[in-house]
Design a protein around this ligand. Structure first.
Ligand SMILES: [Zn+2]
Length: 316
């Protein structure tokens, strides 16, 4: 049975945020709660009592193992105070369309655009919750290309300078549920089947178009239905959920990045989009901030050079 951890502890608005997280101590206390919601536990011996050192280390009273809250996280090795990171997390999660590197640099007084940009990449790496639940029920699936010149594009082969992206969208009657987006090597059966099995629960009802890459899903425990464009009375009626989301993603890429982005960073942008979309009806903006703060405690760090060589793309 899933253990539900009741940690609905988040600032409800910016005024509450500013009041609460004005000091480093307050920020670390919050991270402590995210890392150890049930109280400190020594990772070596399981003991529950600790000394708190002046260097912000938690030292097990039994075996003296030292624990740092930020070692091994995206917050490691930062020269900026933790209060700046909290501000960045707040803006990243609560601004409707996020915050870009130029704004973040100005808002926090960071030294360079590159620093602000790498902070955003690190935050993006924290938008994917480990062990998140797969999509269920009625799910539309499709693929599309992004970047490069828009044209009819051949589907079977990877079009040049374009990235193939697989998409799945839950349908809840006329409304949309959660979504997933993933950069894929190509639109082959192997790539698409992998995407579906990684992101959609078996027994779900998958709806696709007639592309051969989706053949055989029935044999893998899915109930597979096809909507063929040539048989549809009106083109808009075919896979409406995926088409709506694809248009939003393209608008983001065109609007925020003027259509230019490096392929290896695309997954990060898509992860951020999915994070926002799946939480679009959350009542309190601060809840999204809480999720990211939690994820910083769970996600491995991405040093700048790792981001540059594209390791970010592997952070699914
Ligand atoms: Zn210990």
């Amino acid at each position: 049975m899933t253990e539900f951890i009741i940690t609905e502890d988040f600032p409800k608005n910016e005024a509450e945020f500013d009041k609460r997280f004005s000091t480093e101590d307050a920020c670390f206390a919050y991270l402590f709660k995210r890392r150890w919601p049930h109280g400190f536990i020594c990772k070596r011996c399981g003991h529950e009592q600790y000394w708190y050192s002046a260097r912000r280390l938690y030292i097990c009273k039994k075996c003296e193992q030292q624990h740092s809250l930020i070692a091994g996280t995206i917050l490691q090795n930062s020269k900026k105070p933790i209060t700046s990171w909290f501000k960045a997390m707040w803006w990243f999660t609560t601004r409707k369309s996020g915050v870009n590197a130029i704004n973040l640099k100005d808002l926090l007084g960071l030294g360079s655009y590159e620093t602000a940009w790498s902070w955003l990449q690190k935050l993006r790496s924290c938008t994917v919750c480990q062990g998140r639940e797969k999509l269920t029920g009625k799910v539309e699936a499709d693929e599309f290309y992004i970047g490069g010149q828009e044209s009819g594009g051949k589907r079977g082969r990877a079009a040049e300078h374009k990235c193939a992206v697989a998409i799945a969208v839950e349908k809840k009657g006329k409304k949309l549920g959660r979504i997933r987006l993933q950069v894929i090597d190509d639109c082959s059966q192997g790539s698409l089947h992998d995407f579906i099995s990684n992101h959609v629960q078996e027994q779900s009802n998958i709806i696709t178009d007639g592309w051969g890459g989706y053949a055989g899903l029935d044999g893998k425990g899915y109930q597979h239905d096809r909507e063929l464009q040539k048989e549809a009375p009106d083109k808009a009626s075919v896979l409406p959920g995926v088409h709506l989301v694809i248009s939003l993603v393209k608008r983001l890429i065109l609007g925020t990045f003027q259509g230019r982005f490096h392929e290896k960073h695309l997954q990060g942008y898509l992860d951020e989009f999915v994070f926002r979309f799946n939480r679009r009806s959350v009542a309190f903006v601060g809840k999204k901030f809480m999720r990211i703060a939690e994820q910083t405690m769970l996600t491995v760090p991405l040093p700048y050079r790792m981001i540059i060589i594209g390791a970010a793309a592997q952070q699914m």
